[in-house]
Design a protein around this ligand. Structure first.
Ligand SMILES: *[C@@H]1O[C@H](CO)[C@@H](O)[C@H](O)[C@H]1NC(C)=O
Ligand SMILES: *[C@@H]1O[C@H](CO)[C@@H](O)[C@H](O)[C@H]1NC(C)=O
Ligand SMILES: *[C@@H]1O[C@H](CO)[C@@H](O)[C@H](O)[C@H]1NC(C)=O
Ligand SMILES: *[C@@H]1O[C@H](CO)[C@@H](O)[C@H](O)[C@H]1NC(C)=O
Ligand SMILES: *[C@@H]1O[C@H](CO)[C@@H](O)[C@H](O)[C@H]1NC(C)=O
Ligand SMILES: *[C@@H]1O[C@H](CO)[C@@H](O)[C@H](O)[C@H]1NC(C)=O
Ligand SMILES: *[C@@H]1O[C@H](CO)[C@@H](O)[C@H](O)[C@H]1NC(C)=O
Length: 343
């Protein structure tokens, strides 16, 4: 294209009217130039119109009802003023709403994290909305569900309705997220969804938690009811009495599999605005980590609380039946660090 333009320019430069050109020829030339000018102008105008139309289409979603609020212009595509079909945002209709998704894996503390987040007066995190398969059969049902959630038209016990300043939900990697990464990351980028990765460094601890939770599905240790999360130290110690036997044959490949899944997810959404929270850091200093999350979502800072209690505490050797075997298998490998971690 550049070359073409260049040669065209050269050609026009070399067209020099002969000195003794007749008046007719000059007139014809200037008429031609005029017609060309008008044509180019009209095309320019048309394009400007088109651009304007596109702009309006683009900003339709993000219409700002409160023109008096001062906002950072660079943030405009990421400020949402949803108009729910089901209720009025009333006095909070002028507050923008941040969209987020907690991306996590089972048994990584996401239940605890979500209750902490939901204790914020302006946060609605709606749990695992993609649990039911019908909502993640195909991309279109995923998008439809996302649209409803982000328009505040999804109701759970955590909905804060009018004065939600951040709306989101918890999305496990095995709930359709890894099957449609391209479409989902495009949606996230278009709508300005903020991704909160909640991951666990120690996959061995995660494995223990998964095995114990799977065991409890049948055993129902707490008064004959299966629970995934507990609210008192007594319940936690009862549940942690069960010590799973870990399959040594598949142990290393299981750990590798979990790590590569979370790496893959980080890769898929690397271009989306995100924050990575490790469960281990959250356990160590919840209030500092939650403050980071509040800042990430640009929420007013509040002290957040949760009733949930951690189930497996202390040295891992206390929680695995075939500990010696596990210790021997992982000693001297990249996973040795998982053996020592104590929290
Ligand atoms: C929401 O409020 C506007 C004016 O504040 C009113 O016109 C409209 O009828 C209300 N809609 C609902 C569903 O209450
Ligand atoms: C997607 O799944 C929903 C229900 O899960 C179904 O009703 C719909 O027809 C599916 N759409 C496509 C394009 O397959
Ligand atoms: C947070 O919620 C409170 C109480 O509902 C409301 O007064 C306040 O305006 C909300 N803040 C934001 C930033 O939406
Ligand atoms: C342990 O894992 C191996 C390989 O995946 C499998 O063949 C074997 O059946 C498993 N053993 C138990 C007791 O589940
Ligand atoms: C994400 O991108 C950054 C910068 O481009 C890079 O340093 C990082 O390794 C990437 N992370 C993953 C998980 O791909
Ligand atoms: C949170 O609690 C601490 C002490 O418990 C207090 O110093 C701090 O001001 C509180 N922060 C907010 C935002 O309420
Ligand atoms: C693991 O095994 C090594 C010997 O191979 C031993 O020194 C170490 O104390 C064991 N760790 C635990 C936590 O039992």
């Amino acid at each position: 294209m550049g070359e073409l333009l260049f040669s065209f320019n050269k050609d026009t430069l070399t067209i020099k009217p002969p000195k003794k050109a007749s008046l007719v020829l000059r007139l014809m030339l200037s008429a031609f130039a005029m017609v060309c000018g008008i044509y180019i102008c009209s095309i320019c105008l048309k394009q400007m119109n088109l651009q304007n139309k596109n702009k309006f289409l683009f900003f339709d979603d993000f219409e700002r009802p409160c023109s008096d609020t001062i906002v950072d212009r660079s943030q405009i595509p990421f400020l949402h003023y949803p108009k729910p079909k089901t209720f009025n945002r009333s006095e909070c209709s002028g507050n923008p709403v941040k969209l987020f998704a907690i991306v996590s894996m089972q048994r990584s503390g996401s239940g605890w994290f979500e209750t902490l987040l939901n204790s914020h007066v302006n946060v609605s995190s709606n749990g695992e909305i993609f649990g039911p398969k019908s909502r993640r059969n195909n991309v279109s049902s995923i998008i439809q569900t996302l649209d409803r959630v982000y328009n505040l038209d999804w109701f759970t016990s955590s909905s804060k309705n009018e004065c939600s300043a951040a709306i989101g939900f918890k999305w496990m990697l095995n709930q359709g997220l890894m099957q449609h990464p391209k479409e989902i990351s495009e949606y996230f980028n278009d709508r300005g969804v903020n991704v909160i990765f909640l991951l666990r460094r120690n996959m061995l601890r995660r494995l223990v938690s998964m095995l114990a939770n799977a065991f409890d599905k049948d055993a129902k240790l707490l008064n004959g009811v299966h629970v995934s999360h507990v609210h008192s130290p007594e319940e936690a110690s009862l549940l942690s009495k069960y010590k799973p036997n870990i399959n040594i044959t598949s142990l290393k490949s299981d750990l590798r599999g979990m790590e590569s899944t979370s790496m893959k997810a980080l890769n898929y959404f690397n271009n989306t605005r995100h924050i990575i929270i490790y469960y281990e850091d959250l356990i160590r200093d919840p209030s500092q980590k939650m403050m980071q999350v509040e800042d990430f979502l640009k929420l007013p800072r509040m002290n957040l609380t949760s009733q949930q209690v951690k189930i497996h505490k202390g040295a891992l050797s206390e929680h695995i039946k075939n500990w010696d075997e596990v210790n021997k298998t992982l000693s001297g490998t990249a996973y040795e660090k998982f053996l020592q971690a104590d929290y």
